[in-house]
Design a binder for this molecule. Structure first.
Ligand SMILES: Cc1ncc(COP(=O)(O)O)c(C=O)c1O
Length: 448
């Protein structure tokens, strides 16, 4: 990372650090003190410091401390923090025009990015795209489109699912704490079924289908919404045949199959969309997060047949498909292509898998190692037989890694999964350094 700070400032900071001021340092502390006065306490952060700048996989706090960011802003940074091409695209577009509201005046970057997504979407059926702002909005709109198209109401989601925090997507999300408790009443016509989890519940499709049919008449179902690899749910990769069988089941009953690729999409798993690896063509795909490298942009990519059903102005919003965000999205895809980041995601996945299997061999605390491409995780358990989750140990490991300069994120219904959302542009040396820190923290907790 380039360092724009003056030498004097750096020296001053070095002296402060040398005085053992720790983290958060005084500058971060000052901002956090102001934050506590005026910012809603529900707005909490994983990192105990305040950022000054970032580049690639590295962030620097206001006090000059550097960290490796293995959360990538919750998976928004496949091309890394502050990629120069993305920054340039944002600046260039901002100088031309920042906002029109696409329902007032249309612009080319929207079309160009839609063309790219259509090109990447799997399957032969013609596709269309509509852009929104957040992942939750993309999921909400996918459900609206599916309902309009089918004229049915019911929506089926999964145990362990995370789809967002709006009323409908919060309802679709599984976990009560912290997402749902005391926020009811929830949206009607949302039904939850198990997710075939090879580690905890390797359900056969026939059993899943039976469960489905005891709960609902498939002819009343508008959409099944599935994360091809569960994100917040703990990086759970379904059993191999599940998604192809689900595709077939949905087609048989006229149900719109929605793949929520907000976390898995844009190359994270080694293909642009994770569903490609299961040989499945969903009717609608939701995309967000890394699409515009952290600028608010999400989208629904889907078969024309389904999306074309929805009439003029029935979906949209003031900011949707913002031109600056679309320009950033085009730059993200350029970088992905130029730097061969899909291949890089596969390589990172192999490296992570090898290191994690080694951790599993050495530490009984590691119950499972799993993932797809660079979307990898370890699940921590107190006992490998009972698979009793180890959330406290997980939290301690994350804390220990942070003390060693690596920001890690947890996941899972029981908060006992450590997930990797590493920028794909990370250097090998940074990757190994980060994994060493994770291992040191894990070893410390395992020793008790
Ligand atoms: C799979 C999935 N869907 C939807 C969302 C919601 O996205 P947003 O927070 O942008 O609304 C997320 C966010 O983590 C997600 O992982």
């Amino acid at each position: 990372m380039r360092n724009p700070l003056t030498r004097e400032r750096r020296e001053e900071e070095e002296q402060e650090k040398a005085k053992g001021l720790g983290v958060p340092g005084p500058r971060s502390q000052e901002v956090l003190r102001r934050k506590a006065q005026v910012v809603a306490p529900a707005v909490t952060s994983l990192a105990p410091f305040v950022i000054a700048e970032s580049r690639g996989a590295v962030v620097r706090d206001l006090d000059g401390n550097e960290y490796l960011d293995f959360t990538g802003g919750w998976g928004c940074l496949v091309v890394g923090h502050t990629h120069p091409k993305v920054v340039h695209a944002i600046q260039t577009q901002a100088e031309r025009f920042v906002h029109t509201d696409c329902s007032v005046i249309f612009y080319e970057p929207y079309v160009a990015l839609a063309e790219k997504l259509v090109q990447y979407a799997p399957g032969e059926r013609p596709k269309r795209v509509a852009f929104f702002n957040s992942g939750a909005e993309a999921v909400e709109n996918a459900v609206k489109i599916a309902r309009y198209h089918t004229r049915r109401r019911a929506v089926v989601v999964f145990e362990g699912a995370f789809h967002g925090r709006t009323l409908l997507t919060m309802t679709m999300t599984h976990k009560a704490q912290p997402y749902k408790a005391h926020f009811g009443p929830f949206a009607p016509d949302v039904y939850r079924l198990p997710f075939p989890n090879p580690y905890r519940n390797p359900m056969r499709f026939a059993d899943w289908e039976r469960r489905f049919k005891t709960l609902l008449d498939p002819e009343e179902v508008a959409a099944v919404v599935v994360e091809p690899v569960q994100g917040e749910g703990g990086f759970v990769v379904p059993t191999e045949e599940f998604l192809p069988e689900l595709r077939e089941f949905c087609s048989r009953h006229g149900i719109v199959l929605v793949a929520d690729e907000v976390q898995t999409g844009v190359g994270r798993t080694g293909t642009f969309f994770a569903v490609e690896q299961f040989g499945v063509e969903p009717d609608l795909i939701c995309v967000g997060k890394s699409l515009a490298s952290g600028l608010p942009l999400s989208g629904v990519v889907g078969v024309a047949d389904v999306i074309d059903s929805v009439p003029d102005s029935a979906i949209g919003g003031t900011y949707v498909g913002n031109p600056v965000a679309c320009a950033a999205g085009l730059a993200v895809i350029d970088v992905l292509e130029e730097q061969g980041l899909l291949e890089r995601a596969r390589q990172l996945g192999e490296r992570l898998e090898a290191r994690f299997l080694e951790l599993k061999r050495r530490y009984a605390l590691v119950g499972d190692v799993r993932g797809l491409g660079a979307m990898r995780a370890i699940e921590l358990v107190r006992d490998r037989e009972t698979k009793d989750p180890a959330p406290e140990e997980t939290a301690q490991i994350i804390k220990g890694a942070l003390a060693r300069g690596v920001i890690l994120a947890k996941a899972g219904l029981h908060g006992n999964v450590i997930r990797m959302l590493i920028p794909l542009v990370i250097a090998d040396e940074e990757l190994e350094r980060g994994l060493d820190a994770l291992e040191a923290a894990l070893a410390e907790v395992a020793r008790g």
